[in-house]
Structure formats: C-alpha cells, structure tokens
Design a protein around this ligand. Structure first.
Ligand SMILES: Cc1cc2nc3c(=O)[nH]c(=O)nc-3n(C[C@H](O)[C@H](O)[C@H](O)COP(=O)(O)OP(=O)(O)OC[C@H]3O[C@@H](n4cnc5c(N)ncnc54)[C@H](O)[C@@H]3O)c2cc1C
Length: 472
C-alpha cells in the first residue's frame, strides 16, 4: 500500500507520555515519528499546563514497588497487571528523565519537582514554563537521536492490515495523508475537552463543569481505539477540583485557585441548604460527585473565619506558587459572601434558611461529639464546629483530566473487549484507563502515569516493531 509517510513506531500526541514513549523506543534503535495536531512547538496538551509535582500515588517514585502497587490497588478499580508494571517501572523512570535532560529536585513530603527553577505566572492564563521546559528538553533529546516530529498533523482513524494496526489516516493543512507504521502509540491525552464524551461518561450535566486543562484533549485516541474494538474502563472518573463558579468568566481559562483546604474544613450544601456529599473524601472525590449530580452549578461551600484565614497560603516553597483562595477570590469577583449569621448567609447565597440552620446545627453537634453516627450524610476525618461569621462561595467542578480511557496491559498494549492485545496498538498517559479512579478520588499522579506508561509503551513498541517480541 502506498503511504505518504512511514516509520517503525508512530507516536500520536506530543505530551510527556508521547515523548517518553518516543525516546524509549528510539533508544532501542527504531525509527520513530511523533505527530501532534497542535501547530505549537510543544504540542498543545495538559503537559504544557502542569505544575510539575511528581508523585506516585502520593509517594516518592523510588518507593518499593510493592508499596506503590498496594497504594494503587486500594481503591479497587485498578487492573492488577497494569498496576504491577507501573509500580515496577516507577523507580527507574526518575533516572531516565534525568538522562533525557529533565531537571528534578526533591519536593516536600517525599515528592519530586520537575523543572523546579521555573515558575507559573498568573495571567491571563499562565506562563507555560514548567511544561514547556520539560517538553523542550525531551524533544531536543529525541531530535538529537534522529527522531522525526510533525506538528499540525491530526490523527483521524487507525489503519488495519492483516489484523494488525498499521498506522493512521491523518490530516495536515487540510490534506489527508496515510502514515504507515509497524507499531502505533496513542498518547492523545484524555477527553476532558470533549463535552459530548463528558456527558456520556461522567454525568448528564457534566458539560457544565469548567475545563481546567487543555482544549486539545478531546478524546481522539479513545474514539479511534474504540472504533476498532478496544475496551475502555474507569471512564466516569476525572481528576479535578472545585473552582469558584463566578470568578472570571467561563471562557477565560483559569485553573486556580484550588479550594482543597476550604473543602476539608467546610461543608458543601445544595440549593436547599442540605449537605449531600461526604466532604471528608477529599476535594477530587467531591468534585466528581458534584459533576455527576443534576445540579452541577448549584452547590455552595460554607466555611468560617478560621478556614478562610487558613487558606491564605498555598503549597509552600519549593512548589510552584499558584493563587491561594484568600485573597484571590475577593480580588477577582469570586462572589464570596461573609455574614454574621446562618440566616443572613442563606439569604445572600439564596438557599433555604431553615434547612441551612438545621444542616449547620447537625454538623456542629456531630463535630463536637466526634461522631457522625445518625447524621444522614456521613463525614470522614476530623471536623470542628463552624463558627460565625460564616462564608458562602458558589462552586463548580473543574475537570483537569479524565482518569479513564483505553485499557492497556502491563506492556502498554491496548486491549480488546475480550481483554486480548490489539496487535500493533499501544497507549500511554491520560489516554489510558485502568490505574486511576474510585470512591476516594483514586489519583495516581497524572505526570507519573504519563511518564511511566510512556516508557513502558516505548520499550514494547520497539520490541514489537523489530519483531523480537510478539504482542500478547
Ligand atoms: C493545570 C494543570 C496542572 C497540573 N499539574 C500537575 C502536577 O503538578 N502533577 C501531576 O502529576 N500532574 C499534573 N497535571 C496533569 C498532567 O499534566 C497530565 O496528566 C499529563 O501532562 C498528561 O500527559 P499526556 O502526555 O498524557 O497528555 P497531554 O499532555 O495532554 O498531551 C496530549 C497531546 O495529544 C495531542 N493530540 C490530541 N489528539 C490528537 C490527534 N488526534 N492527533 C494528534 N495529536 C493529538 C494534543 O495536542 C496534546 O499535545 C496537571 C494538569 C493541569 C491541566
């Protein structure tokens, strides 16, 4: 078959998963082509927006693989073979990144920081220092080894020959082209920017969530893989945070400030003034539950002066500085209401006053007796009574990236509905499912998932393309 371009390994999507896959493959001596639909120098995905905090399920990547495996399996939604391969590859991936020129430093609480000397600027979006510096280094390392890159090239559908994925049909500058490959890696990111998919897989009204990530992550890899019979898992979960409903307009991308500490200390009520979610499950789980509700834009976070003052500083140095809720919300028209009594606050935020009083009374009494037994909506973790004056803030979930995607095995091979490898097709990064998600949020670390599954995909595509290892 005639083709416009050909290569041994084709990598679709030039985020951190794409580059780690490409680098690991090219290190094995195969010819690699990376394509990205964005015209930008460094693709256009979530990696460009990252803060660069690198953790493996909350732990250091060099932790014992067994401990990492156990942590990921806790939520009950991860696939054991994938989780095992991921855990086994975590420690060495740190050294590989360093070898490719990416700077890493120790961060607080055992975490690592990528490109720690770069910073995030605060407007109008933010300067793309951290992600751009990571990608610049990975791309330079790849190009030095003779790899090829084509921007402005959008993969549209997978090609199949003799039962094996053999490349893609793509378009570049409105021209259609066939790219032939022996092995193809989908590193197209998740589907957070695809409103139709978000509604289909996350919640009936989830299109009302704010987008906290790249507009280019439109689920293309997931769609292409599903069209040829791939299995997709954990699609209903996303990584994200509650954001202010009002601060800045919807069309102006602003992923901050995160409201984690206010969620931990306060309560979330619906338009009737009732609690409806266990806030102690954490900000990610709460954002997921609200996104699945029928009233995505109707929730209000209630907290007190102690919580508000505590929200003055965000993550300490050396984490990249991002805006804290206090005073950012005040300065950016966050529609934050402070009132002396619950009744006055209920009027300001337009919720049922009697219900709000009852909710606060029940929460405060349960906090005092340190037991939520008998309270309709349970609450995990330590709580304390909320004292006047009270604050109310309308919130909405912000979707950073989707946690579900195509199911891969421990070799990063995409699996069919029958969980058999689809020959010649691999996936990594936010495009995959099978590691993250669950009742408590189940966050394994977006960067860690992307880097490690990228490395696994790169190693196995190279073997497959050179015929030294058969898929399966
Ligand atoms: C604001 C923000 C902060 C974050 N901070 C952190 C953090 O501190 N720590 C952490 O662990 N994670 C963080 N993350 C998450 C992390 O950045 C992502 O999980 C990770 O970068 C995903 O990498 P990826 O390569 O899988 O996808 P992406 O970086 O999204 O790359 C996907 C690429 O595929 C391209 N593409 C899509 N469709 C096609 C197509 N059809 N054809 C060709 N190309 C296509 C896109 O243009 C894009 O360049 C953050 C994310 C955001 C948005």
């Amino acid at each position: 078959m005639m083709s416009d371009l050909s290569c041994s390994v084709l990598v679709i999507g030039a985020g951190i998963a794409g580059w780690t896959a490409a680098l690991r493959a090219i290190e094995h001596g195969v010819d690699v082509l990376v394509v990205d639909k964005s015209p930008g120098e460094f693709g256009g995905g979530n990696t460009l927006m990252t803060s660069g905090s690198l953790r493996a399920a909350g732990k250091n990547l060099k932790s014992a693989p067994q401990a990492l495996y156990r942590e990921v399996m806790k939520e009950g939604v991860a696939y054991p073979e994938l989780a095992r391969a991921w855990a086994d590859h975590c420690p060495a991936s740190v050294d590989r990144l360093r070898g490719w020129g990416v700077e890493l430093a120790d961060g607080p609480a055992g975490g690592l920081l990528l490109e720690p000397r770069t910073s995030i600027s605060l407007s109008p979006v933010y300067k793309r220092d951290v992600g751009a510096n990571i990608l610049r280094k990975l791309k330079a390392s790849f190009t030095k080894r003779g790899g090829r890159y084509a921007g402005n090239t959008e993969a549209l559908r997978l090609l199949i020959r003799e039962g094996c994925v053999s490349g893609v049909v793509a378009q570049s500058n409105r021209k259609s082209l066939d790219i032939q490959s022996k092995a193809t890696v989908l590193t197209t990111g998740g589907f957070s920017a695809n409103k139709v998919m978000v509604v289909k897989y996350i919640g009936r009204h989830a299109h009302e969530c704010k987008l906290r990530g790249s507009p280019n992550d439109t689920g293309d890899g997931l769609r292409m893989a599903m069209e040829i019979g791939a299995k997709a898992v954990n699609l209903s979960y996303f990584y994200g945070h509650l954001l202010s409903l009002k601060a800045l307009s919807d069309d102006r991308f602003w992923p901050y400030p995160r409201l984690d500490s206010l969620v931990n200390e306060g309560i979330l009520v619906d338009r009737l003034g009732n609690r409806f979610v266990d806030e102690g499950r954490g900000d990610v789980a709460v954002a997921n539950e609200l996104a699945k509700s029928d009233d995505v834009k109707g929730a209000c976070l209630i907290f007190d002066e102690e919580a508000w003052q505590g929200a003055r500083s965000d993550a300490p140095f050396p984490y990249p500085k991002t805006p804290s809720a206090n005073p950012w919300l005040m300065e950016n028209d966050g529609c934050l209401y402070k009132r002396k009594t619950a009744k006055e606050l209920a009027r300001a935020i337009d919720v049922d006053g009697a219900n709000l009083l009852r909710t606060l009374d029940s929460f405060n009494k349960a906090s005092e007796r340190r037991s939520f037994e008998g309270v309709l909506v349970p609450r995990k973790g330590k709580t304390r009574p909320l004292r006047s004056p009270l604050y109310g803030l309308k919130v909405v979930p912000g979707i950073t990236f989707t946690m579900g995607g195509v199911l891969i095995n421990g070799k990063a091979e995409v699996l069919s509905q029958e969980e058999q490898p689809i020959k010649g097709l691999y996936a990594a990064g936010d495009a995959i499912g099978g590691l993250m998600g669950g009742y408590h949020g189940g966050y394994t670390g977006g960067l860690c998932q992307a880097i490690v599954t990228g490395i696994i995909a790169g190693e196995n595509t190279a073997s497959f393309a050179t015929g030294s290892v058969r898929a399966g």
